[in-house]
Design a binder for this molecule. Structure first.
Ligand code: NGQ
Ligand code: ZN
Length: 445
């Protein structure tokens, strides 16, 4: 199969008027092409979404009403737990399929699913202890998105091994039970899928457990939530005398196979340590704004050579260009400058896209994404209804900051899964999703 493009973002620059030839799930050739005929306006490699909790798509927009006191991340978390409490495997699968279809429609072709809804509502295991993970694999397979499954280890309700609350009982494992889950997940992989691990946070995992997990599962991508909220920083200081990222580095020395989700609240020494470690900062700007987390110090982190990728996290809004835009706008608003994250002179959109592409692939344990012979054919075609003849970098700037461009076609492993901006199975996915969400809301009362 051939894709003809007006412009394509290649690993080392832009190509104008090219033909990309696919065979099976791979790109086999990238060649100049001047023949007349239709072309896509702009061809991009598919992006990694390095952090998702798919089930949270089910209550998108439904936690935005003010309660009796001051609302916060922690009051949101109670509402999230309420939704999670009774979710069935069928419902979880239907909601994940919706989220994954929308990710593909947005330009993501690979998702890191940080998965902790493991057990039945009473906390007991399902007959198949990997039942809920299997539903995530099924939703990924049905929609065509590549999956890095990140089963979560969760054991405590707060720092120092504090007791868990009722809302957390579906999440829990001991070290051995968790190892069995990881093994089962390996057996559920399709070609190209990856299984990593995710110690949930320094709140839910003790330092001893963290060391054990890193040792038992060496070689897999490791993701952890860290330093997202001020209260977490304060609790960590009270418990250990160290800040969360400090404590993490003292405990396990994260390297390039690690992804620190959020890492919002860092002091300069932590910025330097994280940037120099090769670990990826997993930034989720839309969710971080929605939850009132605070602003990641992106300019200082990038200046120190740090790597980042982007994630849709709570899936309150699934918007690839929107995540990159908000990341840049946070830096503009706090620094009172423009084009804050471009690293060098030139397109901010392209700089953001390339950095997130490289950091995201590393965090998900995937080969570097790119339009080149031998690479997996995960591709995104943008349409430009205005048909402006601008440069490739300007195309990315218009996509990230303007409103004219839209995702038209997405190929996952050589197969078109989004056509004319819609996932090919959208109607059935929406029907099952609506039914599932209605059932959960009905039970919630
Ligand atoms: C999560 N989400 O695991 O879904 C978390 C909330 C927690 C974000 N941190 C739960 N955005 O951190 O305890
Ligand atoms: Zn998260």
């Amino acid at each position: 199969m051939e894709i003809r493009a007006e412009r394509a973002l290649l690993p080392d620059g832009w190509a104008e008027r090219v033909r990309v030839t696919l065979e099976g799930d791979r790109i086999v050739a990238v060649a100049p092409d001047d023949a007349p005929g239709p072309r896509v306006a702009c061809l991009l490699p598919g992006m990694a979404n390095l952090h998702s909790h798919a089930f949270q798509r089910g209550f998108s927009g439904l936690t935005e009403a003010r309660g009796p006191g001051t609302d916060s991340f922690w009051t949101w978390r109670e509402m999230m737990y309420r939704f999670a409490r009774s979710l069935t495997p069928d419902e979880a699968e239907a909601i994940a399929a919706m989220a994954y279809a929308e990710m593909l429609e947005s330009g993501y072709t690979h998702v890191g699913e940080f998965h902790y809804l493991h057990h039945a509502p009473d906390g007991g295991p399902y007959d198949d202890p990997a039942e809920m993970s299997a539903r995530i694999f099924a939703a990924a397979a049905a929609t065509g998105i590549a999956l890095t499954h990140l089963p979560v280890f969760y054991a405590h309700g707060g720092f120092g091994g504090a007791a868990v609350g009722a809302g957390q009982r579906r999440f829990l494992h001991d070290i051995n039970g968790f190892a069995r889950l990881v093994e089962r997940c390996d057996a559920l992989r399709r070609p190209g899928d990856v299984v990593g691990i995710a110690p949930h946070s320094l709140r839910a995992v003790t330092t001893a457990e963290l060391r054990q997990l890193a040792q038992d599962h060496a070689g897999r991508p490791v993701h952890i939530h860290v330093a997202e909220q001020h209260r977490e920083v304060e609790d960590c200081l009270a418990f250990s005398g160290r800040r969360p990222v400090e404590l993490l580095f003292d405990t396990v020395a994260p390297g390039p196979d690690w992804c620190l989700i959020h890492a919002t609240h860092l002091v300069p020494s932590e910025i330097t340590a994280l940037a120099g470690s090769g670990a990826v900062a997993g930034l989720c700007p839309i969710t971080e704004a929605n939850l009132g987390d605070g602003l990641f110090a992106a300019p200082a982190f990038l200046a120190a050579g740090g790597a980042f990728g982007i994630g849709t996290d709570s899936n309150v809004e699934i918007a690839l260009a929107g995540e990159l835009r908000l990341l840049e706008y946070g830096a503009r608003l706090s620094g009172r400058v423009r084009n804050a994250l471009a690293l060098a002179e030139g397109s901010t959109g392209e700089a953001l896209f390339r950095q997130a592409l490289a950091g995201g692939a590393r965090a998900l344990g995937a080969a570097a994404a790119g339009i080149a012979p031998g690479a997996v054919a995960d591709l995104v075609a943008l349409a430009d209804p205005l048909d402006l003849s601008v440069t490739g970098p300007q195309m990315l700037d218009r996509w990230v900051f303007g409103q004219d461009l839209r995702v038209e076609t997405v190929w996952s492993r050589g197969r078109p899964v989004v056509s004319e901006g819609r996932h090919i199975a959208r109607d059935a996915i929406v029907r099952d999703f609506s039914r599932a969400v209605a059932a959960v809301l009905e039970r919630q009362g």
